[in-house]
Design a protein around this ligand. Structure first.
Ligand SMILES: [Zn+2]
Length: 76
């Protein structure tokens, strides 16, 4: 049974979200990623297969759907 890394809860709801992934030196935005969100604390987790697919998408240099510009701020 899958449990939440943060609070140990065992119930999740499935959502689709846009998420940034850092792959090597690149940060990419993956849109419409399936995720499981903890119903207690809201922590989002990804299936291993989902993370693998993200890696493949980036490493195989698939043509991005489009480019987005982001500004990065260091918190400290
Ligand atoms: Zn949780």
């Amino acid at each position: 049974m899958k449990t939440c890394d943060v609070c140990g809860n065992e119930t999740f709801r499935r959502e689709v979200t846009d998420e940034f992934f850092r792959v090597g030196a690149e940060t990419v935005l993956i849109e419409r990623v399936p995720t499981q969100v903890c119903e207690r604390c809201g922590e989002a987790t990804f299936d291993r297969e989902t993370v693998e697919k993200v890696r493949r998408l980036v490493h195989e240099h698939s043509q991005p759907a489009h480019r987005v510009e982001v500004e990065a701020f260091a918190f400290s």
